[in-house]
Design a protein around this ligand. Structure first.
Ligand SMILES: CC(=O)N[C@H]1[C@@H](OP(=O)(O)OP(=O)(O)OC[C@H]2O[C@@H](n3ccc(=O)[nH]c3=O)[C@H](O)[C@@H]2O)O[C@H](CO)[C@@H](O)[C@@H]1O
Length: 370
């Protein structure tokens, strides 16, 4: 049987969806895939991994603060690394690709501790514009650090890094180049808080919409992701305003929603940014405050610098300020179209395929050297 490529990913959609996109590309090339994840992500429902071997490593996550959780976390990391080591011996993997986050650490640590003749090629993928802590800890052990953004911060000196983009799922990559049609009738607003949703959008967006001039409000159609606990109040707020709105905790068909949107209000998670670029959609971005190393602000800046997005830091994200910006943008179809056009050059719809190329090239180079 062919040697598998291990994909090490877990945590939120921001880590799992790019992993899924790479798995789809590698499976299409006839590669065998094994997914190493944490218990929380073991149920991740994706057709891409349906035929992959899946392993949930107990204790691959670290969380909490204080000495007790630090000791527990370290013990879990050691246990997870030993479990991964046993798996690597059995699987005889040709490569391991880590997608950041703590669940990726045990498999990568285990791989790096293998004797060099049996050591799989090691690739790290960083989704954000700042190298995450897990990837930073593993960086010097990797054969390649694949980056999503040019100018990613905190990449250690002397490591081999290359910008490949952030792999997006095929339906989202397919949006690239489809164009943006100027709104004439309905103005479609998409509001999304990332894979887990964001309460602040339930607090602020309906209230801002209520403040819009009647002529704009009458044309508005809203699609808003709201956390389960915010669902009813969000839906009721739009219904009281007489605005057609679809509210859901998660839209599985997000590609379709993006393709229909004229303007997007979103957090600035890495996949959200990559997908906005692929779809070529103008956006108002509210980076998650207190994200580690403020990486969401760094992600958002890429679209902002290109002229494709307006960034509203959360302390300034009030109903009044949002209403003012929405009135300005929604009344100016030319500006929306220019923003949409500015997003497109940042798209990397081929990121999954470029990353798959690099993985296969490293495997081939290793085989040649041995
Ligand atoms: C709170 C948190 O830890 N956020 C981090 C997490 O974000 P998070 O998991 O929110 O990730 P992203 O914004 O990167 O991705 C969200 C993903 O969910 C999908 N989606 C979202 C809503 C929906 O209704 N349907 C749907 O399919 C989007 O299409 C996208 O693919 O990982 C990212 C990548 O490391 C980081 O940049 C974020 O800072």
């Amino acid at each position: 049987m062919a040697r598998p490529i291990v994909i090490a990913a877990g945590g939120t959609g921001g880590h799992l969806f790019p992993a899924e996109a790479l798995a789809v590309a590698l499976i299409a090339r006839g590669e065998r895939i094994a997914l190493m994840t944490d218990a929380r992500s073991a149920a991740f429902d994706s057709p891409a991994f349906a035929n992959a071997e899946r392993f949930a490593l107990a204790g691959a996550g670290l969380s909490g603060r204080g000495l007790v959780s630090a000791v527990r976390g370290a013990a879990a990391l050691v246990a997870g690394t030993f479990a991964a080591r046993r798996l690597f011996k059995r699987l005889d993997a040709s490569a391991v690709v880590g997608f950041g986050g703590y669940p990726s650490v045990p498999p990568l640590m285990a791989a790096s501790l293998m004797p060099s003749a049996r050591r799989p090629a090691m690739i790290l993928h960083e989704q954000n514009a700042v190298l995450g802590r897990a990837n930073r800890a593993l960086a010097t052990r990797a054969d390649l650090i694949a980056l999503s953004f040019a100018g990613t911060r905190s990449v250690p000196e002397g490591t081999r890094a290359e910008v490949v983009g952030n792999p997006v799922r095929p339906a989202l990559a397919a949006l690239s180049g489809a164009g943006y049609s100027l709104p004439d009738g309905a103005l479609r607003l998409l509001v999304t808080g990332g894979s887990l949703g964001a309460r602040v959008f339930a607090d602020v967006v309906p209230e801002a919409v209520a403040l819009l001039p009647e002529a704009l409000r009458a044309r508005l159609v809203v699609t808003q992701q709201a956390r389960a606990e915010d669902f009813s109040r969000t839906r009721d707020a739009y219904s009281a305003l007489g605005i057609p709105a679809e509210v859901s905790a998660f839209f599985p068909d997000i590609a379709n929603r993006l393709s229909m949107a004229h303007l997007v209000v979103a957090r600035a998670g890495a996949s959200t940014i990559a997908e906005l670029a692929c779809a070529g959609r103008p956006a108002i971005l509210v980076p998650l405050p207190h994200a580690i190393d403020d990486h969401q602000s760094a992600n958002a800046r890429a679209l902002e610098h290109a002229g494709a997005a307006v960034v509203m830091p959360q302390p300034r994200f009030t109903a009044e300020a949002l209403a003012e910006l929405l009135s300005e943008l929604l009344a100016d179809a030319g500006r929306l179209a220019r923003m949409a056009g500015a997003a497109q050059p940042l798209a990397r719809p081929d990121a999954a395929s470029v990353l798959a190329d690099r993985v296969q090239a490293l495997i081939a180079a290793r085989a040649e050297a041995s």
